[in-house]
Design a protein around this ligand. Structure first.
Ligand SMILES: [Zn+2]
Length: 410
């Protein structure tokens, strides 16, 4: 199939500003040409299905870096995850990946769901049984006994057990490894202000994962956990909340460690849309000093990390309460509104930088010749108003039209 997409603007994701009157030619599942409409040849046009949105913007598909597809996103998400069956989880997951794709997410990284659920689901998408984005999975996250997300994790305490757990996930076909380096708010009784693993255990995990060609993403709220992860060379820090050990002091931000993250090329996924969605949807904050109780200071810290050159990727933590699977556009929106970066910078985080973090820069993340045809047309100019990313007019995923001029086809 040949497809020609034309729009008033084109943001290719490489970092350059939007160009006017852009065009993308797609043949099969590949982008065959990216150009201005005036540069189209007769051979580009002949035989092509044409979608033309004069007041729209062409851009790469969104990359959602943090889902838990079998979690419900309801207020009762914890009850659901601790009581429901794998069959129900599969139904939730099926709906989750469809929902994500329908919002413009063309690549989705799951950061922890049961093996019995995510591996069949990934196969179901690949085989065309159910619609979904390119789906990359960790399978069960690795955690300590009774630790964060133990209800769907592999419990491993010593360095030996952690390495064993990594090899088990590798054997099952995991695309990456997720490890819980500190406690988390979703799991009652775990300590968000203390590490679950030492730097040595994490270092052993990174070395073994690298040997197997896998990257490691680590959940970390406690500042001590952040330090452990950075010293261990973990590839991607999740949340990165810098919570002080003593709850009296909310945060314990260390600029030297932030500089080390930038130097080592460590990416962070600060899941920064979550607090916005909770406020917007009326969730009553948990009493006491939790990770989201001083959002103003948190955004200041994140902005300082950005200014020091730390690279940001766009994870939602979808499946957690209020974080729906079609909410992606809130992430770049909050980056612009709360961190004060530009819309183009937030769009690059949502596409190119996230692709780089996955090690998939040759395949996805920018509109470039020979890359996978994951292309959106936004209704309007998101480089002027980031909120327009909520208005996705047309979605092409791996060359297939998922949504056409406002009409969903899946
Ligand atoms: Zn998560």
């Amino acid at each position: 199939m040949k497809l020609l997409l034309k729009a008033g603007l084109l943001i290719d994701g490489t970092g350059t500003t939007a160009v006017s009157e852009g065009a993308v030619v797609i043949e099969g599942d590949r982008i065959s040409k990216v150009c201005k409409q005036s540069e189209l040849l007769e051979s580009d046009i002949s035989g092509a299905e044409i979608i033309h949105k004069p007041n729209g913007t062409l851009m790469p598909g969104f990359i959602e870096m943090h889902s838990h597809i079998h979690c419900s996103a309801h207020t009762d998400a914890y009850t659901h995850i601790t009581t429901e069956s794998n069959e129900t989880f599969l139904m939730r997951g099926t709906q989750a990946v469809r929902s994500a794709l329908s919002s413009g997410v063309t690549t989705m990284r799951d950061l922890g769901s049961r093996n019995e659920v995510v591996f069949p689901l990934r196969k179901g998408i690949q085989d065309g049984i159910i619609p979904g984005p390119r789906f990359l999975v960790a399978g069960t996250p690795i955690t300590t006994t009774g630790g964060h997300c133990n209800m769907f994790g592999t419990e491993a305490n010593t360095s030996h057990e952690v390495v064993q757990a990594i090899r088990q996930q590798f054997k099952l076909g995991a695309d990456h490894i997720k490890i819980m380096s500190t406690g988390g708010g979703f799991t009652p009784g775990t300590n968000v202000r203390a590490p679950q693993y030492s730097s040595e255990v994490l270092r052993g995990a990174v070395e073994d994962a690298e040997r197997l060609g896998l990257k490691v993403a680590a959940h970390c709220h406690a500042a001590k956990g952040v330090v452990n992860c950075v010293k261990a060379g973990v590839h991607n820090l999740i949340h990165c909340s810098w919570l002080a050990e003593d709850p009296e002091n909310m945060y314990d931000y260390d600029t030297d460690i932030a500089d080390e993250m930038a130097e080592k090329g460590i990416y962070i996924d600060p899941t920064l849309a979550l607090s916005h969605l909770n406020r917007m949807r009326g969730r009553i904050p948990v009493p006491g000093p939790g990770p989201a109780s001083d959002p103003g200071r948190r955004f200041e810290i994140l902005r300082d990390m950005w200014d020091r050159g730390v690279k940001f990727v766009t994870g939602m933590d979808s499946g957690m309460t209020n974080a729906n699977f079609d909410d992606f556009a809130y992430i770049p929106q909050v980056m612009v509104e709360e961190m004060g970066i530009s819309p183009i910078e937030a769009i690059i985080c949502s596409t190119k930088t996230s692709a780089d973090c996955l090690g998939m820069e040759a395949e996805i993340g920018t509109l470039s010749e020979s890359k996978s045809a994951d292309v959106l047309i936004i209704d309007g100019d998101p480089s002027a108003d980031i909120k327009l990313l909520h208005s996705v007019d047309t979605i092409v995923s791996q060359g297939k039209i998922v949504k056409k001029e406002g009409i969903l086809l899946i």
